[in-house]
Design a protein around this ligand. Structure first.
Ligand SMILES: Cc1ncc(COP(=O)(O)O)c(C=O)c1O
Ligand SMILES: N[C@@H](CCOP(=O)(O)O)C(=O)O
Length: 462
């Protein structure tokens, strides 16, 4: 399998190279040159397999010969051994025809663990084989950062620097990033919003001297490995719901568009999916774009679903690339316009996007109301991001097609918002029970590329 950049002029890479490269050298995102498909017989066999066995079947065609089959199976087994649920991603029925896919049973309580735990083990295997070390820099609105730190803490061939927007993540999220004591972990609180963090990260990748000098690597969904690992749970959930005999739909709380794009890949691979529904919070640029075709940047408004406080949605570039028939010239033009403020999607591409994705938007008040009603009806707590998915999923579902809404984080990561809506404070699980007693270590950093580069160069282990 070969990987090409959405912008068309970066080298074509193998899976191993794409994993270590992160952002393409032309500023684009790597995508597989072709999307492999799985036949009905293979899907039928997968319907009764464990999460790990499905993961192997789904990812193997993309990974090629980077790992032997036995090595790849062992990496997958290690990745999910620490999850706190035997089926890894359980489905819970919400109401007739509407199901919740719980993706928060990993070590940091968010869906990011599914991919991050796996690519952590993949990085270790590849780096030890090559005798190389890398500097991972990540941008986070809260969950990618904690998952990355958990996956890479204490490794001696990796330094990990995480940029998060100062004051704009939940206290639990912040402490997950600032309390690990390993010297290869560096939590950087940036004066800005998540879009600033992600923009500075991409600036670092686009500064080739810096990137080569520090052996920069990325574990955001910039990295194809992240998106790939997230494709798996669409298969386990869809097949468990009988997707071979009837289509199923998914609703996905969305910000950087990596998770919903993984659903698109699952559908292209042959999983019978009816609707893929994008659910946004008040930062609704994706919903507006899918509705009107206009993608114009505004201010990021802080919300009670902070992980989705995003305006410049990185993976939307991948979606546009396919909507424009893999035309990298078109993507270069759109991304050039985005740098100046925004763009309008062409008519054909917009039709394609609208055939591929549906969308809905949920206000702050509606999010609180959904958490409250859900608690009153079920006695269960929902995280604000998952609540946004549940509300949009319920509104847009077709009664004849099962709807699976992704529950992307555990309510205990957002206790203030959940308590304000329900009066109930969700307790942290045992392994994090002393989180508020642990000492924090964080560097406050300016939204300034040169300053950040200096901080990172100075922090790398010699
Ligand atoms: C809890 C939670 N829900 C939803 C999202 C949005 O996912 P994506 O950025 O893949 O669209 C995020 C951030 O990635 C998140 O952390
Ligand atoms: N919501 C994310 C933002 C980064 O997304 P990624 O999928 O590109 O890593 C977060 O929690 O950090």
């Amino acid at each position: 399998m070969r990987y090409v950049s959405t912008r068309g002029s970066a080298p074509v890479l193998s899976f191993e190279e794409a994993l270590l490269t992160g952002l393409a050298r032309d500023g684009g995102l790597y995508v597989p040159e072709t999307i492999p498909t799985l036949g009905t017989d293979e899907l039928r066999e997968m319907a009764t397999m464990s999460y790990e066995d499905v993961a192997f079947r789904v990812m193997k065609p993309f990974v090629g010969d980077t790992f032997s089959d036995d090595e790849f199976k062992a990496l997958i087994a290690k990745a999910y051994a620490g999850f706190n649920h035997t089926v890894r991603a359980p489905l819970v029925q919400l109401e007739q025809g509407h199901f919740l896919l719980e993706l928060f049973h990993g070590p940091t309580l968010a869906f990011k663990d599914f991919a991050m735990q796996l690519i952590g083990h993949m990085f270790q295997a590849v780096l030890s084989r090559k005798g190389e070390r890398v500097t991972i820099v990540g941008a986070t609105s809260g969950d990618t950062g904690s998952a990355a730190i958990e996956a890479f803490r204490g490794l001696d061939n990796v330094d990990v620097f995480i940029l998060f927007p100062h004051g704009r993540v939940s206290e639990v999220q912040r402490r997950q990033m600032t309390t690990p004591s390993e010297s290869n972990v560096h939590a950087l609180a940036l004066d800005g919003d998540f879009d600033d963090c992600q923009a500075r990260l991409k600036d670092m990748f686009n500064d080739h001297d810096f990137r080569d000098g520090v052996q920069l690597a990325g574990v955001n969904s910039i990295n194809w490995g992240r998106v790939l690992a997230q494709v798996v749970y669409y298969f386990t959930a869809g097949l468990a719901m009988g997707a071979l005999d009837r289509k199923v739909s998914f609703t996905v709380p969305t910000g950087n568009f990596g998770d919903i794009f993984a659903g698109y890949i699952a559908r292209e691979m042959g999983l019978p999916i009816a609707d893929l529904v994008v659910a946004t919070n008040q930062n609704d640029i994706l919903h507006r774009c899918l509705t009107t075709g206009g993608y114009h940047k505004g201010e990021v408004h802080a919300s009670i679903s902070p992980s989705m406080d995003i305006q410049v949605s990185s993976n939307f570039e991948r979606a546009l690339y396919f909507a424009y028939g893999q035309d990298s010239d078109a993507i270069n033009a759109l991304m050039g316009d985005l740098a100046k403020g925004g763009f309008d999607v062409g008519d054909n591409a917009l039709r394609d996007l609208q055939n591929t994705y549906k969308s809905g938007r949920v206000s702050e008040e509606e999010t609180r109301e959904t958490i409250k009603t859900f608690y009153a009806d079920t006695n269960e707590l929902l995280c604000p991001h998952s609540a946004i998915g549940v509300r949009v999923g319920a509104a847009l579902r077709d009664p004849a097609t099962p709807m699976i809404t992704l529950a992307t984080a555990h309510p205990a990561k957002f206790p203030d918002a959940v308590e304000a809506a329900t009066g109930q404070r969700p307790p942290l699980p045992d392994h994090m029970a002393d989180l508020f007693d642990r000492e924090e270590r964080v560097t406050r950093v300016p939204n300034d590329l040169e300053a950040l580069k200096d901080i990172i160069k100075g922090g790398i282990a010699q």
